[in-house]
Design a protein around this ligand. Structure first.
Ligand SMILES: [Zn+2]
Length: 497
């Protein structure tokens, strides 16, 4: 369909003879013209001399828009540019106009140029209202993107947009815009940290990289490989997830925490500086298509002095640096060690950098102890173990001891009524006596509590009237506490009181 009967659109530049139907086209140099107003190039019909009437139909809107790749590549306006730009690499559009915009464009451009107009079509979905209903002015559920951008900034808004997979309709999710703001702040802070270490000069690749740097460079290189594949097939939403995960959960939470001690003690600085620069700039390039503004800002702030590209958006896509599977496994063990001990520390009300008197780490796996030893100092400095902390192979000989006894009110109340108050008071006041009796006899009887008039001879432990708290320690070693984690044990030495 070419024509439509509407008031507003592009007029079709032709006249028809009222008598014989002969068609007279406008001369190209006269276009655009409106044949209902403008005169035809000839006075009357050349065939029969009849009166020529201007066409009142207008072009179907897709006839106009199907020219967009030709217009954008300077077709018939600049042949040099046209040759360079045509066919275009990508048409981005939604799924509702496949039959119209996509098909009209393909047909028209192919007829005019004998070539396809673009290599790929990227098919986006619709953005729905927050409750998943299509937006309609009449429903009053229209979200104005400009207001969202005013409130959160365009890069945060793009975080939501990039989280919508290709071809899927998505409700608007404000939480993903907020997530974007947090992500941008994290990216900014991590880059400022890197900038403070890099300072005045671009780091050279050192002769030897330390193991933990090889670990993060391996993770980074795998990320680059994966994202490149995903971006090549326009799977930007999955790519963003991967980059985001790397930023938070490999780089910021772990690698940066691990190297803080080395930076403070000025150890392995060249290896760390090279790693931070490489990963920092590469990460920025991976994020650049998704967050074009903040990445350019950071690029100019921190990297442009050392790089040849005038903008991050004309720089080359990052390449993998190195992949070392063995050192990746070792680094994962270091990360897992820190990731497990850290919540234990915060559970004890200790800051991550508060010292703890951990004397020994035990790894039952011989393979793992070999892997973790070279990076032992990283664990020691990150978790603030003592300098002489040892990493040993094997499983510690664990012995459990009771450290406290607590009355269980919910059981005592119904069983002993008026006496229950007295019993629980006595339990609280005689911790050491109770622990000794339990250790010797396995339980303590109600009748052993003085001044209690009860007929029951039940054991407190067996009856569930008390709960014991246990602590694991090294067998035969006083004051030793053993903490069990997934894959390893840490021995602490209780401070002498
Ligand atoms: Zn005629």
């Amino acid at each position: 369909m070419i024509s439509r009967q509407r008031y507003f659109a592009t007029p079709i530049p032709l006249w028809e003879c009222e008598k014989c139907g002969e068609v007279v086209l406008a001369r190209p140099e006269d276009c655009y013209i409106d044949p209902t107003i403008d005169k035809p190039p000839v006075e009357n019909c050349q065939k029969c001399g009849g009166h020529l009437k201007g066409c009142e139909d207008v072009f179907d809107t897709w006839m106009d828009s199907s020219i967009s790749p030709l217009y954008n590549t300077f077709w018939h306006r600049d042949e040099k540019k046209f040759k360079q730009l045509y066919p275009m690499s990508l048409r981005a559009q939604a799924h509702d106009i496949i039959r119209t915009w996509a098909f009209y464009t393909i047909l028209r451009c192919t007829l005019l140029t004998d070539q396809k107009p673009f290599e790929n079509i990227m098919m986006g979905g619709f953005i729905l209202s927050e409750d998943g209903i299509p937006m309609h002015a009449s429903l009053g559920n229209v979200i104005d993107p400009l207001q969202v951008i005013d409130e959160y900034g365009s890069d945060s808004f793009r975080c939501y947009a990039a989280s919508c997979a290709l071809g899927e309709d998505n409700p608007f999710r404000r939480k993903d815009v907020v997530r974007g703001t947090k992500l941008l702040r994290k990216l900014w802070n991590v880059q400022q940290f890197i900038g403070n270490i890099i300072k005045e000069s671009k780091p050279e690749k050192p002769e030897k990289l330390q193991d933990i740097d090889i670990w993060i460079l391996t993770k980074y290189s795998k990320l680059v490989k994966k994202c490149t594949k995903q971006m090549d097939v326009f799977d930007y939403s999955q790519a963003m997830k991967e980059i985001e995960y790397f930023l938070w959960h490999e780089l910021a939470d772990h690698y940066i925490e691990m190297i803080k001690g080395s930076i403070y003690h000025k150890e392995n600085v060249e290896s760390i500086r090279y790693t931070l620069y490489t990963v920092g700039l590469g990460l920025l390039k991976l994020f650049a298509p998704i967050f074009p503004h903040i990445t350019e800002e950071i690029y100019w702030d921190l990297y442009e002095d050392f790089e040849d590209d005038a903008s991050i958006h004309v720089s080359t896509w990052p390449e993998p640096i190195l992949i070392d599977e063995e050192k990746e496994k070792a680094g994962d063990l270091v990360k897992s060690h820190i990731a497990q001990v850290r919540p234990w520390k915060s559970g004890q009300g200790l800051a991550l950098n508060a010292p703890i008197n951990a004397t020994t780490t035990y790894y039952p796996s011989a393979e793992n102890i070999q892997r973790i030893r070279p990076s032992g100092s990283i664990i020691i400095s990150t978790l603030k173990y003592p300098e002489d902390h040892e990493f040993r192979e094997g499983k510690p000989n664990i012995e459990e001891t009771i450290t406290a006894v607590e009355p269980v009110y919910a059981k005592l109340g119904p069983a002993f009524k008026n006496e229950s108050q007295k019993i629980s008071q006595w339990i609280k006041e005689h911790q050491n006596d109770i622990i000794k009796i339990i250790e010797n006899k396995g339980d303590i009887s109600i009748s052993e509590i003085p001044g209690i008039k009860v007929t029951k001879q039940e054991g407190l432990l067996k009856g569930g009237y008390i709960q014991v708290k246990k602590e694991a320690g090294l067998k035969g070693k006083k004051g030793s506490i053993i903490l069990s984690f997934d894959g390893f044990y840490v021995e602490l030495q209780r401070k002498k009181s």
